[in-house]
Design a binder for this molecule. Structure first.
Ligand code: HEC
Length: 156
């Protein structure tokens, strides 16, 4: 009888925890991976807070990890960014960088979504919690598809 009660308790416990989807797990992993991105490279002609008329916000700022930055500076590189490339974008409602509306990230993961160049798209709140979009998000790539390898900012 006691064993049954313990079993029931364990079952209830495991049901009460909301299971994360695979995409959410990847998104949480990406947040850990980008820790400290504020000290990453910024695109030369798009560094600091820039005006934007995109859906992201009126003002934005972009950072590149080493892989994407090296690629963008290599004039002999092709059009398709390599796996492991990460681009981060913070959006704000004013030029001072206040009222951050969110952090969006795109990361290239081998074979993640071959039809759309393997980008994993994710949006975070400023504290790093998931903001609702993560994975092969049509919302994101349908707008980004006009860019070279889905990248829209102008710069290196
Ligand atoms: C309606 C169009 C639109 C949608 C939808 C959109 N973006 Fe963007 N995004 C842009 C534009 C335009 C830029 C270029 C920089 C700028 O002007 O703000 C950009 C820039 C970015 C960048 C910097 C790299 C680049 O491509 O320039 C990242 C990262 C990014 N977006 C992530 C996302 C994610 C993640 C989503 C989905 C949650 C998303 N975007 C949805 C228009 C869009």
């Amino acid at each position: 009888m006691i064993k049954k009660k313990i079993l029931l308790f364990v079952l209830l416990l495991s049901c009460s925890e909301k299971e994360m989807t695979l995409d959410e797990e990847i998104a949480v992993g990406v947040w850990d991976e980008i820790n400290g991105y504020e000290s990453w490279t910024q695109p030369g002609n798009f560094s600091g807070i820039q005006e934007s008329n995109s859906v992201h916000g009126n003002y934005v700022q972009i950072w590149l990890n080493e892989i994407s930055s090296e690629f963008l500076h290599d004039t002999t590189a092709g059009e398709i960014m390599p796996s492991g490339s990460i681009i981060i974008k913070e959006a704000y409602s004013n030029i001072l960088g206040e009222n951050t509306t969110g952090i969006t990230v795109m990361k290239k993961i081998t074979d993640y979504d071959p039809t759309h160049n393997d980008w994993f798209w994710v949006s975070y709140k400023f504290n790093g919690s998931l903001a609702g979009k993560n994975g092969a998000e049509e919302f994101c790539y349908s707008c980004h598809h006009s860019g070279k390898d889905y990248v829209l900012f102008n710069g290196q």
